[in-house]
Design a binder for this molecule. Structure first.
Ligand SMILES: Cc1cc2nc3c(=O)[nH]c(=O)nc-3n(C[C@H](O)[C@H](O)[C@H](O)COP(=O)(O)O)c2cc1C
Length: 195
């Protein structure tokens, strides 16, 4: 199985990156993974050029789009910023508007049915309702491109980009293969799962 994790933290070290690295390193060797940090990718800042989409063609975006097509499961991992995704993740999602109109391979055709899940890392432990906006916005975006939403994991970050040890342990217990197959990140009554 090939997993692609797209990570949208704006700093290093980052608790979001620590969570996805812990998840990836706990998987069996048959589960191959790539982690792409949007911070290192130099995607252009999205501008709406829907009358001239050739403007939006950028090599980093094309390469990442190819990796998305090749993956069995994709995770979008982001810090929680003001109840939503980081600006790096939002910028990437905005580029989907171009990928949906991709001249050779429109996104809703190439990623139809593809499993996409989420890892969101915030500083708050309490208040499940405060996590709803980010997970709902990610789920609706994934459904819009006709991919298969497999739900999300909520992790907690501490000061200085350090992950909370309990949420790090919880994410290390997850099986990416099972998540991909069943569409469940884990029991929804645990504080670490998004919904
Ligand atoms: C601009 C900004 C907005 C934030 N908004 C929230 C928020 O709405 N809810 C929350 O629980 N934490 C919020 N935080 C805290 C981060 O989600 C938390 O520090 C997280 O661990 C950062 O992830 P990182 O270590 O991967 O950068 C915010 C932090 C920043 C810098």
């Amino acid at each position: 199985m090939q997993a692609l994790i797209i990570e949208g933290s704006t700093r290093s070290p980052a608790s979001t990156m620590a969570h996805v690295q812990a998840l990836a390193s706990a998987q069996p060797k048959e589960t191959h993974h790539d982690i792409v940090a949007l911070r290192d990718l130099a995607l252009p800042l999205f501008e709406d050029h829907r009358v001239d989409w050739s403007w939006s063609r950028s090599q980093p975006l094309e390469s990442l789009y190819q990796q998305m097509q090749a993956a069995d499961v994709i995770l979008l991992a982001t810090p929680l910023y003001w109840y939503n995704v980081s600006h790096l993740m939002k910028n990437f999602l905005d580029h989907w508007s171009y990928l949906l109109r991709h001249p050779d391979r429109p996104m809703a055709e190439t990623l139809e049915g593809k499993s996409i899940g989420f890892v969101v890392v915030g500083s708050g432990v309490e208040g499940r309702e405060l996590r709803q906006p980010v997970f709902q916005s990610l789920r609706l975006s994934v459904e819009y491109i006709k991919a298969r939403c497999i739900g999300g994991f909520y992790g907690v970050g501490l000061r200085g980009g350090q992950p909370h040890p309990d949420s790090l342990a919880a994410i290390s217990d997850l099986s990416l293969g099972a998540w991909h197959e069943t569409g469940e990140a884990g029991p929804t009554d645990q504080p670490w799962f998004g919904y």
